[in-house]
Design a protein around this ligand. Structure first.
Ligand SMILES: [Zn+2]
Length: 528
């Protein structure tokens, strides 16, 4: 019985609709609250508040009004007109911030199998997502003569029909419209990075070469426009085909623009396998040079999805983290990671070679093989795995190339944020899309006791709020944005698996976004 289970008297102020899940296998049907009581007050009573700062948990009630936290403390009587929830036995925390996503389309339209509002993330308690990671974003590349299809890796976000934004102002307008559809507020719950590969795709004629001076100048203008429109920074994915040939000088010139405006530069390293150490040094060198004398406060290097991948790197988390610690002495930086021993990206031979197992997550020529082990897919095609991998392109794969002990060590680091890196467009996505935050909390706090609950919540809330300069987010205190998650630590579990990747997690009872109840688990109803 949920602590928030229905004790409703009279009619609840909501209309609940079962979600239609494409391959809906979740056991506990989840519901959106189509909350028509916008602007009303909400009181969350009797919970244990973990406020996101890392400070000790405490019993407190939380009152929400007009999208903000109006009071935290003992509030014995609900004000007139307030909707009250009983959170006895539950934790009340700031909504989680997913520091690394590819939800660029999902925030506009809903993610795989969901009917809207990015339920894959809200169901995990993540109320804010950072999109545009790994160098690819939905703007500014659009299909054009000679480049009708999104050049890899842009296709991870979807087909050419998704790329309809010639600039970031248009993308932000669409976001505002989608937010309006989702909950009536243009709410800033999507943090947008401008992708370097997307800039290149739009401006560089030969993606197999560094940008020419005129091309770089055009990319710089596009980036300025993106930052003017509201982007939180620049991302790069130097391992990917559209960016592999770019020079460090090109990337530095763009990162400098972001840093001068106090923004973030997030980098998917040029190599994550045997070349990772040189790639890390390259990222630090770019950041040092780009910061120079002109960076504004807020400038941050973010190292994307840190891991020890491939046979040559497994077991080397301590070395990785001490290198990052050394760099952090003179570079303002943070990094993100997800709590799984497999990564996922395009189908590519280098990742497959470094992995003990590969699962096909999508394939344009062979969609029927999504979800299969590469070996099985190869058998069905009558090819050896190397040839099968080529025959399945364009497509995606999940790569089992890490050790659990490294994953734990990386996630435990105080500068490590939580980033799902889920891929909503995949036919059979990595389960991190639906399971990251419940898995992170249950594993790191409850099962392995590697982090206190307060510290684990801090790394998923106030840390990313600080890294991405999101004032008002990531903390429970008076005046803060009313982004709130209510969850039961003992019940938290990720149910998404490789066989059933679209299953919702359990244990998150409520998620409020901008003061509006955006997610409520089955059976959760207001007291009145
Ligand atoms: Zn990514």
């Amino acid at each position: 019985m949920s602590a928030l289970r229905s004790m409703a008297r009279g009619r609840p102020s909501r209309i609940a609709e079962p979600l239609t899940i494409r391959r809906g296998l979740h056991e506990a049907p989840a519901f959106y609250f189509k909350d028509r009581s916008r602007g009303r007050m909400t009181l969350i009573r009797n919970g244990t508040v973990v406020d996101g700062t890392g400070g000790p948990a405490r019993r407190a009630d939380v009152l929400v009004s007009e999208g903000r936290i109006a009071a935290v403390g003992a509030i014995p009587r609900a004000p007139d007109g307030a909707t009250a929830y009983d959170a006895s036995g539950a934790i009340v925390a700031p909504g989680f911030i997913d520091a690394h996503t590819h939800d660029d389309v999902a925030v506009l339209e809903g993610s795989a199998g969901d009917s809207g509002s990015n339920a894959a993330k809200l169901s995990q308690g993540a109320t804010t997502v950072v999109v545009g990671n790994c160098g690819f974003s939905l703007a500014p590349w659009t299909p054009r003569p000679g480049r009708l299809e999104p050049p890899p890796p842009l296709g991870i976000l979807g087909g050419a029909e998704r790329f309809v934004f010639p600039g970031f102002p248009a993308y932000f307008e669409a976001l505002a419209r989608a937010d309006a559809l989702a909950d009536g507020r243009a709410s800033g719950h999507t943090v947008v990075l401008c992708g370097h590969s997307s800039l290149r795709a739009a401006r560089v004629a030969d993606l197999g070469a560094p940008a020419r001076p005129g091309e770089l100048a055009a990319m710089e203008r596009d980036l300025e426009e993106a930052l003017d429109a509201g982007c939180a920074g620049l991302s790069a994915g130097l391992a990917y085909p559209a960016a592999l040939a770019s020079s460090a000088a090109e990337v530095t010139a763009l990162a400098r623009i972001a840093f001068r405006r106090g923004k973030v530069f997030a980098i998917h390293l040029r190599n994550e396998y045997d070349g990772v150490w040189a790639a890390l040094d390259e990222a630090f060198a770019i950041a040092r040079e780009a910061i120079g004398a002109s960076a504004e406060p807020g400038a941050r290097l973010v190292l994307s999805h840190q891991k020890c991948a491939g046979p040559g790197n497994r077991g080397r988390a301590d070395e990785l983290l001490s290198r990052i610690d050394r760099a952090a002495r003179d570079i303002p930086l943070a990094f993100d990671a997800y709590p799984y021993d497999a990564g996922s990206t395009m189908l590519e031979a280098e990742s497959a070679r470094a992995s003990r197992r590969v699962i096909v997550t999508w394939s344009r020529p062979h969609p029927e093989l999504a979800g299969l082990d590469l070996r099985e897919a190869a058998d069905r095609l009558g090819l050896d795995p190397d040839d099968a991998l080529e025959a399945l392109k364009p497509g995606g794969g999940a790569y089992f190339h890490m050790d659990e002990a490294d994953v734990d060590a990386i996630l435990s680091h105080p500068l490590c944020m939580v980033g799902s890196d889920g891929l909503p467009a995949d036919a059979s996505p990595h389960p991190r899309l639906y399971g990251t935050f419940p898995r992170y909390l249950s594993r790191m706090v409850r099962d392995r006791r590697l982090l206190s609950l307060e510290e684990a919540v801090r790394k998923a809330t106030s840390l990313p709020a600080s890294v991405f300069s999101l004032p008002g987010k990531g903390v429970i205190r008076e005046g803060a944005d009313a982004d709130i998650v209510v969850f039961r630590p003992d019940a938290l579990a990720d149910l998404a698996t490789w066989q059933e990747p679209l299953r919702y997690s359990v244990g998150v009872d409520l998620a409020l976004r901008g003061g509006v109840v955006a997610w409520g688990a089955s059976g959760v109803s207001p007291l009145r």
